[in-house]
Ligand binder design. Sequence first.
Ligand code: GDP
Length: 197
Amino acid sequence: LEVKTARFLMSNSSVHKCPEANMPEFAFIGRSNVGKSSLINMITNHKKLAKTSGRPGKTQLINHFVINDNWYLVDLPGYGYAKVSKDQKNKFQAYIADYIINRANLYCLFVLIDSRHEPQKIDVEFIEWLGEKQIPFALIFTKADKLGKNQLQSNVAHYRKQLLKSWEELPPILLSSSTSGLGKEEILGFIAETAPE
Ligand code: GDP
């Protein structure tokens, strides 16, 4: 899969206001600062399609982009940002949950995980919730360039082990680096396989 065109379509805060569910959709989510905007820009060959956020927690909308005029890429708000007030946090989590559960054309939700860290409670809980709701998802371990090969392998292995405590089968796991371009072909290949033209 090659991204030939990528354009911003709309932002909103409700699944009911999203564009008509008439094309396959792939969404990206993760904790603030996980490298989501950089990854979206990397796979779409854009410098600033998604706004890399100097201020985490600021982009709290469901952002739709149209890729090659035949699928939607969705940039979801980062979750778990401490400085968002509790009320605000609950509110935006409710509409994200609503989107994830009810978006009919969501082929896969990519959950981004910072490969440098131990499994974080908020990520593990979110992944458990996706399982309960039977949402199709894949994990992307970001910022792979920041670790040596062995450390990277060992962190991912640790994560697998953690997940296997409650999952019989693991979701697809991909690695990425927005600085080296690692993962670009694999992620786009995964999208092409999941939603064949
Ligand atoms: P977001 O909040 O999840 O959208 O994260 P951003 O894409 O804005 O990235 C957060 C910070 O991590 C920025 O300073 C990026 O330059 C840096 N970053 C993101 N991805 C990578 C990566 O793959 N490798 C490295 N070394 N830094 C990255």
